[in-house]
Design a protein around this ligand. Sequence first.
Ligand code: PRP
Length: 183
Amino acid sequence: MDAAHVDDDLVEVLFTEKQIHDRLGELAADIERDYDGKDLLIVGVLRGAVMVMADLARALGRHVEMDWMAVSSYGSGTKSSGVVRILKDLDTDISGRHVLIVDEVIDTGLTLSWLTSNLNSRNPASVEICTLLRKPEAQQMPVQARYVGWDIGEEFVVGYGLDYRENYRNLRDIGTLAPHVYS
Ligand code: PRP
């Protein structure tokens, strides 16, 4: 789906499909350099990270294993409920492994703060975070993301995996949702 298909719902396009792919290419180069000679497991946080995982993994010019977790921290609206629970756990034993969590956005930081500490309790060699977007002003829990696509403001963004009530995930670009859609 292109931004033109939901033009009335967006205030603006923040990042185009091309900008996203170019930035992921830069992050992939950083990741290749940092993990040179090491095995790497990337863990996508369902469901929003599907697009980032697919494109980041393909941008990597090296072998990489992929696994998925599903956690729930949000209701159906735009605000965090403050509750994290595992809906789907890893299929992989990460003991001694280098793990890179891949997500599309750090908002309050609650999800990835909790997930990082959960994965660290499984004796991995390392746990790092790659996020396409980060909202520094919204952050409530400290989260150290090693790879960040862009820092943005607190606006509600959709597209490229980011949803509002399960819609807009398949939008190619990332855009700011117009208040009339959710108010
Ligand atoms: C999103 C996103 C992060 C989390 C970030 O997931 O994928 O995991 O919110 O928010 P936080 O920093 O405030 O915890 P969401 O719960 O919306 O589920 P989804 O990936 O299925 O859309």
